[in-house]
Design a protein around this ligand. Structure first.
Ligand SMILES: Nc1ncnc2c1ncn2[C@@H]1O[C@H](COP(=O)(O)OP(=O)(O)OP(=O)(O)O)[C@@H](O)[C@H]1O
Ligand SMILES: O=P(O)(O)OC[C@H]1O[C@H](OP(=O)(O)OP(=O)(O)O)[C@H](O)[C@@H]1O
Ligand SMILES: O=C(O)c1cccnc1
Length: 517
């Protein structure tokens, strides 16, 4: 009876997960279809090599992780899993893709016939989107037939690397905006579409930015696709297209009397833009409306915003907000706040959507175990650079909390017994092993959750509001030292003793000490 109940619950989870991914696949940005050729040629040649050698079904485990935090940050916000799920769920080689591969004259027919039947049949465990993650810990863990897992490397990396990078950069900007004690709720508005490296970077970048805490986007396709609030003011061309600035302001206020923000820097912010905005605000008041804000897009934003604030206040318009834009990033925003700038909202484009000063997250996809004689055997990748030696074996990631605060993450072998938080646990730095600490009465959060099991989707993708909440909740559990934007405290990501010992053993096996010749 209990078994039947459990089966029923499992089927229900699968049905809900599938209904959700079908809904997501209908979005214009996902284009509802499979993209099997979004991969590097070498994945296909390796796949064929495995197929030819009869190794394509060999069971393997791959980890996706990154080695260094971007932008000098102390953490990364994991993002992009929804895109990974969409990709794996639809992964098929259709007639057009097979015909293209045939045209390359590198792949024989028996392989192409096999490809036509290809499906992802493996397991995927992943850290949910919006979770704070750290170097070296698996964010995604794949287990399945070698040929399948090898194929997905490139596409999965592009989704996770891009969205996690933009979410992290956007979070730095959001934290900067929230550092203003006078305007702690000042929203960041993402306006980067025109500066993004093309369409997917713009749309999925807007998604990542919203996940990280931006309040809205100017990008309508992102708004429609993901339910992100859309925001907007007007461009300089609008102002220039009228005989005078005040004509332009009046025309906009007529069109949108209850949602007007006026761009005040086309000619002269203090001599023309703000006085004209005050005139139009008074005209709106006479009609029972309120001017929402002015936007300053050039010049000394500290000086201009303070003067503009004073002029608006003197005119009895303290409710009118000031939006700043103009090549802003987290550093400029913090500096403007220090200068006492009077800014209620920040419009940020180029630096956010391109992650201008740290343009790539170096997530990698590494083999951690392979089946031999029916048993998964751990593998290691050795490197001259100690930081690049991989962690072997099928692993789990545990976040350990003491008094509700994240104290350390522990990477352990998946089959290690559960920790007993009532007993003291000694943690040690995997490189400087003399650095140790003991924790007790801690709470354990396993970070990897099942997403696909045997090729079946078992994870109901959360909506974007839930992912945004997860960012806030996840970050709130870290100390301000880990969260600070410059020289943050290095959060401990430790290895369990069995994993550490396994790593040392494999290292010595792969690099035995030989007498010098
Ligand atoms: N008070 C300030 N302190 C520090 N940085 C500022 C301040 N005011 C503006 N900035 C930043 O300085 C840079 C100014 O850029 P730039 O020299 O292109 O001038 P601009 O005023 O935007 O001119 P343009 O008319 O070409 O748009 C922008 O990145 C802006 O965010
Ligand atoms: O400065 P960013 O952070 O990249 O933010 C986006 C920029 O895009 C617009 O400028 P643009 O000159 O392209 O158009 P506009 O004439 O409408 O201002 C806008 O005015 C912002 O300055
Ligand atoms: O609505 C805006 O103000 C906007 C939109 C895109 C780029 N810059 C500004």
């Amino acid at each position: 009876m209990a078994l039947r109940h459990a089966r029923g619950a499992e089927e229900e989870i699968k049905a809900r997960a599938q209904a959700r991914i079908e809904e997501i696949s209908a979005l214009p940005v996902y284009r509802g279809r499979s993209v099997p050729l979004l991969t590097d040629l070498y994945q296909l040649t390796m796949m064929y090599g495995h197929f030819r050698a009869g190794k394509h079904r060999q069971r393997v485990v791959f980890d996706l992780f990154y080695r260094a935090n971007p932008c000098g940050n102390g953490f990364v916000i994991a993002a992009g899993l929804e895109q990974v799920v969409w990709y794996l769920y639809h992964l098929r080689f259709g007639p057009e893709e097979i015909a293209y591969l045939r045209s390359l004259r590198q792949f024989p027919e028996d392989f192409l016939t096999w490809l036509a039947e290809f499906r992802f049949t493996g397991d995927l465990y992943a850290v949910p989107e919006g979770t704070v993650v750290f170097p070296n810990e698996p964010i995604l863990r794949f287990e399945g037939p070698l040929a399948e897992v090898q194929l997905v490397e490139s596409a999965v990396l592009t989704f996770i690397n891009h969205q996690s990078l933009i979410a992290t950069k956007a979070r730095r900007i959001v934290e900067a905006a929230r550092s203003d004690p006078r305007h702690p709720d000042a929203p960041v508005l993402e306006m980067g579409l025109r500066r993004a490296q093309n369409m997917d970077a713009a749309v999925f970048g807007a998604r990542a930015a919203y996940i990280a805490g931006c309040a809205g986007t100017s990008n309508l396709l992102a708004g429609q696709s993901f339910g992100i609030p859309v925001v907007g003011t007007q461009g300089h061309s609008w102002i220039q297209s009228f005989p005078s600035e005040i004509d332009a302001f009046r025309a906009y206020a007529d069109a949108f009397p209850d949602a007007t923000t006026l761009l005040v820097d086309t000619y002269d912010v203090l001599r023309s833009g703000i006085p004209n905005a005050i005139t139009v605000a008074k005209e709106l008041e006479a009609r029972g409306y309120r001017l929402r804000a002015v936007r300053i897009d050039s010049g000394d934003l500290a000086y201009l915003s303070k003067r503009a604030r004073a002029m608006l206040d003197a005119a009895g318009l303290s409710y009118v907000g000031i939006i700043a834009s103009s090549d802003l990033d987290e550093r400029t925003i913090r500096d403007l706040i220090l200068q006492g700038a009077e800014i209620n909202a920040w419009g940020v484009g180029t630096h956010l959507i391109t992650s201008y000063d740290c343009p790539a997250l170096g997530g990698v996809f590494k083999l951690a175990a392979k089946e031999e004689d029916g048993v998964l055997q751990p593998c290691i990748k050795v490197s001259e650079n100690a930081a690049k030696v991989t962690n072997p074996g099928k692993k789990k990631v545990l976040r350990l909390y003491v008094d509700g605060q994240a104290s350390a993450d522990l990477i352990a072998l998946d089959d290690e017994p559960d920790l007993n938080p009532a007993e003291p646990l000694e943690l040690f730095d995997p490189v400087h092993t003399y650095k140790r600490k003991v924790i007790q009465d801690y709470q354990v959060e396993p970070l990897l959750v099942p997403v696909f099991l045997g090729g079946q989707l078992v994870y109901e993708l959360p909506d974007i509001a839930a992912i945004r909440r997860r960012v806030e909740e996840s970050l709130a559990k870290f100390s301000s030292e880990v969260r600070r934007p410059i020289n943050p405290h290095i959060y401990h990501v430790d290895l369990s003793l069995p994993l550490w010992e396994l790593k040392q053993r494999l290292l010595h096996q792969m690099r035995p000490v030989r007498p010098q010749t």
